[in-house]
Design a protein around this ligand. Sequence first.
Ligand code: NAD
Length: 382
Amino acid sequence: MKPELLKIAALAGDGIGPEVMREALKVLGAVEKKFHLHLSITAAPVGWAGIDAAGQALPDATLALCKLSDAILFGSVGLPDRDPTIPKEQRPERAALLRIRKEFGLFANLRPVQLPKALAHACPLRPERQGDGIDILVVRELTGGMYFGQPKKTEVIAVPDAQDGNLHPAMRAIDTMVYTTPEIERIAHVAFQAARLRRKKVTSIDKANVLENGVLWRDVVTRVAKAYPDVALEHMFVDNGAMQLVLRPTQFDVLLCENMFGDILSDEAAALAGSLGMLPSASLGATSGERTFGFFEPAGGTAPDIAGKDLANPIAQILSVALMFRYSFGRNDVALAIEAAVGKTIAAGLRTGDIFSAAETGARKVGTREMGDAITAAVAAG
Ligand code: NAD
């Protein structure tokens, strides 16, 4: 029987996007052969590449392709020297990225942070804090909380002066943190399901000692946990979570966060991996049957400082492919094979500039292509 067709939209974007996407597509070719998959991969322009080709950061044809696909493999968009030349709402990050998020209802952001032992030197923490290597998955709610809650405004009000008691005009800014039970439930399910594919522990982050939202968050997560008796749940206040991430990061498996806490903690966790070039990310939407629509991209941007020089680390883009198989296509076996190939390549000493240290014995500096070729060969041989 012919395997099921998996349709992938490959949107490389700007800067280093096309270079790292090229390497990810090589790896996709190798897994297609090795696992006898049936893939349909279609490339389309986005970002400045979209503006140059069709006058829009997310051309209509690119969006139409995404709608016909099972998943989007994305590079990155935006060029700091060109972005200011057009109105904000037409700029790539807003017109392409935010639009895609909204269009596909991407509500869950997953950011794995893995620091292999061989890259201990790239981590800002002392080796004794790194244990046998850091391996954390931050699951962040993406569509609710303080970033989107209403009312959200800045207004002029009258406030009494501390000296004379007279009313004086002052500015007041209001943001509203709001979550509903279903919003918390659906992200909690994502975290518990992800934990089942890992070390089966969820640490739920909140501020239940101060915020009403924190109390609701904790209640709902505790209730959802009952459906996952094989997964351990602990609750942690966000301030303690921020501290524990640098004191003892190895205690964490899955870190479940609302939108703003997740924004902050996922960047803190990312710093532990030493380089943006190592960090993939997944944004997930609705699930139907075995498939979950997803958007997979490196955590970093277009890195214009190194674009076109064969210097970019393609690992974040390649690991994004692994996430696509794990979370969109339900193929953890393929994801593990790609991750093992990356691990093998790193263990063999290959390093792009961002993860290279002259002090490391046995390490060899390579370019984007050579790193991609080595990982592709490791997938094929694995
Ligand atoms: P950046 O992430 O592009 O670069 C920050 C630093 O990390 C740079 O020194 C860069 O060389 C390095 N870096 C990033 N990825 C790397 C890789 N794969 N290998 C080696 N080094 C890597 O952030 P920036 O410079 O602030 O932003 C550049 C542009 O990217 C901006 O236009 C920004 O708006 C855009 N951006 C896009 C996305 C996205 O598409 N999701 C995300 C972030 C930034």
